[in-house]
Design a protein around this ligand. Sequence first.
Ligand SMILES: [Zn+2]
Length: 78
Amino acid sequence: MAYSEKKRFIAGVVCPKCSKMDKLLVFSKNDVDYRECSACGFSDQVRFSAVPREIKTRVSRPSEGEGQQVDVITLLDD
Ligand SMILES: [Zn+2]
């Protein structure tokens, strides 16, 4: 298990189903990690190719090199 039982969003991750960004939640249940999309309801079991020994809890951006689309979202205030 890599994630906490508390659901939390992963920034910069695109849902494989609806392709919306920043909608994926990750959480752990019964020692199994899951991801879930808050936009379309997609959910999936997360499988790691290698079990990470140390969890990087402070990672806030994807660095896997997968889906390198960089979308800068600017919130227009007013
Ligand atoms: Zn989705």
